[in-house]
Design a protein around this ligand. Structure first.
Ligand code: G
Ligand code: G
Ligand code: MN
Ligand code: NA
Length: 245
């Protein structure tokens, strides 16, 4: 279809842009890294979010070249960040099923100079059980020294078996479970699971100071959300990182 043809052009002609949303410590709000979030600078429609094109990319298979483009752009940018700041990149089921995916990641790391330990690959729970080369690719990424994160945790097929068998380092509590004045039983349970499996617990979609305080109390060590910072162009994040605060 037309959308797909235009998206193919977008990938070839560098109309894609990577925004970065800071990930911060709880408590403290110190930036420890950022998540790469793709945008499309559409020639006629302006700046489009992933909601406008990721599904089409998945259905047409364009998510594979798009994902490679994002991976290369994000690692290149993060290689210029100071210290041990990390970059998180979202990877779809289709990408992770590709034989040789770890080699592609290794090439992006080589090319950018970013150490593997500073890259986190975010997958959803459904991706983790994806079949094909998925399981060996996850292990291959681990062997490179890349960190793995389970994104949108709690919304998919979250199982104890998955946590016990999938070699992840981090879980990201889905924003729908961030306490909002009501009960916080799920946020609490997920934090306890993270502790039991010795994983980093990150909360996303944190929009208020009260939520940040609650999550800190539950044991979340990191957070992401509008309360701390919105996704922003690479140059804006760079400016923040060089301003002492
Ligand atoms: O950026 P928000 O700002 O709108 O992102 C919406 C959704 O799009 C999120 O679920 C995010 O995981 C997904 N997304 C953003 N960037 C990428 C990307 O580079 N690859 C994949 N597969 N998904 C992405
Ligand atoms: O990969 P994932 O589904 O987690 O992508 C993060 C998405 O969440 C992006 O669309 C990003 O713009 C969005 N987001 C980031 N912080 C917040 C927040 O505080 N509130 C809400 N509603 N969305 C957020
Ligand atoms: Mn994500
Ligand atoms: Na998420």
């Amino acid at each position: 279809n037309r959308r797909a043809a235009a998206l193919r052009t977008a990938i070839l002609e560098d109309q894609l842009v990577v925004y970065f949303q800071p990930v911060v410590t709880l408590p403290g709000g110190r930036i420890t890294g950022a998540e790469a979030l793709v945008r499309w600078q559409h020639p006629a429609e302006g700046l489009l979010g992933p909601g406008a094109f990721i599904d089409a990319a998945e259905q047409t298979g364009l998510i594979v070249p798009l994902g490679t483009w994002v991976l290369r752009a994000a690692t290149r940018e993060a290689a210029g960040w100071p210290g041990e700041l990390t970059v998180s990149v979202n990877v779809s089921a289709r990408q992770l099923r590709q034989p040789g995916f770890p080699a592609l990641v290794a090439a992006a790391l080589d090319e950018s100079g970013l150490p593997a330990r500073r890259l986190t690959v975010e997958i959803t729970e459904s991706v983790a059980v994806g079949g094909g080369a998925t399981t060996e690719n996850l292990q291959g990424l681990r062997d490179l020294g890349v960190r793995l994160s389970l994104d949108d945790f709690g919304t998919g097929a979250s199982t104890l078996t998955l946590l016990a068998t999938c070699p992840v380092d981090q879980i990201k509590l889905d924003r729908s479970f961030v306490p909002d004045g009501g009960p916080d039983a799920i946020a609490d349970a997920v934090a306890q699971m993270a502790r039991a499996f010795d994983l980093d617990a990150v909360a996303e979609g944190v929009e208020t100071e009260e939520q940040a305080i609650r999550l800190t109390g539950l044991g979340y060590e990191k957070a992401q959300g509008y309360w701390f910072a919105r996704p922003m162009p690479a140059a804006d994040l760079r400016a923040r990182l060089t301003t002492a605060d």
